[in-house]
Design a protein around this ligand. Structure first.
Ligand code: CTP
Length: 395
């Protein structure tokens, strides 16, 4: 869904166009957004709080000193401002526009807007004479200069049997603009994306295994991002403590051998394959059936697991292949060699320092592409790294 995971704050002010904003909330929710509505006192004279509460499935913020449904100690206008991806003021009266232009913060909506750093979209709605008033026009220009975006007003029927410029644009149009501003690109629609994640476990006996500290966070973030961009995603993962993402075909595996079997099974009709799993390079030559006792002498013979990605590289065809390189030294040199040996389009190199980035929500990575292009990134959230990987390789 195009607005999945997006936090939208809708400010509703006192205009007859308020009723259209009920439809706006419904449309935004259908596209996956979470919508929090803030109403001014005048807006509540046109449409009741309960209407917006019901349609948004969130409590409505209408009184600065009687905020509903908030956690203790939470300052509602600050917390809403912090988490919003966008604030829309629709309908926006002449009064709120002028208040915003002058930095007044004496109601829940103007206080939230003053506290926010995200994109603000304003959809004016008022009588034509008010809209054309030079004072209001000056305030609009002032806000535009400060980065506020405006949509409309449209021309047509106005309240009190008047005609002219001043109608709030239709909810469909506002939704289109919001999608253009913050929507998730649907550039993987119709594509099958195979992602591997997490560690593998190579059992020595029923209670002991060879493994690594991979948390699976990077692979899960990739699967979620690919799904949000319209891709059909298969996620093959070793053991992790992460919640299974919705809308993704999930296959749980344990050993490198099981992972290889599942990957090969799903490989043929995949368009993009991203091996972010930390596959164990070794496995015990035999798995002892009964628990090895403490007093027993342990003679461990280990052998290499098969290199899944190298095998995929041989069968690559037109598929896009992405690998990861975990290194403690010679990051770029080693990663470049892996890219070549495994026949990849992109390798995401990351350096291990102590335990970092194992289990962390962030990582500092370098992209190396087939054409030799090297791009280093600062420390980023793994969901942001996932976004950049898919941006780089989308077909
Ligand atoms: N990989 C794989 N099968 C393995 C080992 C690794 O498919 N048996 C994949 C990983 O998923 C990763 C890439 O190969 O995308 C590189 O993994 P990495 O552990 O960095 O390197 P290795 O190829 O294992 O080489 P080395 O351990 O010598 O650095």
């Amino acid at each position: 869904m195009i607005l999945k995971g997006k936090e939208i704050v809708l400010g509703v002010t006192g205009s007859i166009a308020c009723y259209k904003s009920v439809d706006l909330v419904s449309r935004l929710r259908k596209l996956g957004a979470n919508v929090n509505v803030i109403m001014t006192g005048n807006a509540t004279e046109f449409v009741s709080v309960i209407t917006f509460q019901t349609i948004s499935c969130n409590s409505v913020y209408a009184d600065m000193f009687k905020p509903i449904g908030i956690r203790e100690h939470e300052i509602k206008h600050i917390s809403l401002a912090k988490r919003a991806d966008i604030i829309i003021v629709a309908p926006a009266t002449a009064n709120i526009i002028s208040k915003l232009a002058w930095g007044i913060a004496d109601d829940p909506l103007s206080a939230t807007v003053l506290a926010c750093r995200c994109t603000i979209l304003v959809a004016p709605a008022m009588n034509e004479s008010m809209y054309r008033n030079p004072i209001l026009q000056e305030n609009i220009r002032k806000l535009k200069k400060r980065g506020f975006r405006f949509i409309g007003p449209a021309s047509g029927n106005l309240a009190c049997d008047e005609e002219g410029e001043g109608r709030m644009v239709e909810p469909e149009e506002i939704v289109e603009e919001i999608v253009a501003l913050i929507g998730v690109k649907q550039d993987l629609e119709g594509k099958k994306i195979l992602v591997t994640a997490g560690p593998t476990r190579e059992f020595i006996d029923p209670v002991r295994y060879i493994s690594n500290p991979s948390s699976g966070k990077m692979g899960f973030a990739l699967a979620q991002e690919a799904r949000d961009r319209g891709g059909k995603v298969v996620l093959i993962s070793g053991p992790t403590n992460l919640a299974l993402p919705d809308g993704v075909k999930f296959m749980q595996v344990l050993s490198a051998e099981e992972m290889e079997k599942e990957v090969l099974h799903h490989f043929d009709d995949s368009d993009i394959v991203i091996m972010s799993a930390a596959v164990s390079d070794w496995k015990p030559s035999v798995r002892v059936k009964e628990k090895i006792k403490m007093k027993d002498e342990l003679n461990l013979r280990i052998e290499s697991t098969s290199d899944i990605l190298a095998e995929l590289g041989k069968r690559k065809g037109k598929r896009i292949l992405v690998g990861f390189a975990l290194e403690t030294e010679n990051l770029i040199k080693n990663a470049k060699e892996k890219l070549k040996e495994k026949n990849l389009d992109l390798i995401v190199a990351n350096k291990i320092k102590g335990n970092y980035p194992f289990g962390s929500d962030t990582n500092k990575v370098v992209f190396i592409e087939r054409n030799g292009k090297v791009t280093s990134f600062p420390k980023l959230h793994k969901s942001e790294i996932a976004r950049r990987i898919l941006d780089r390789i989308k077909p």
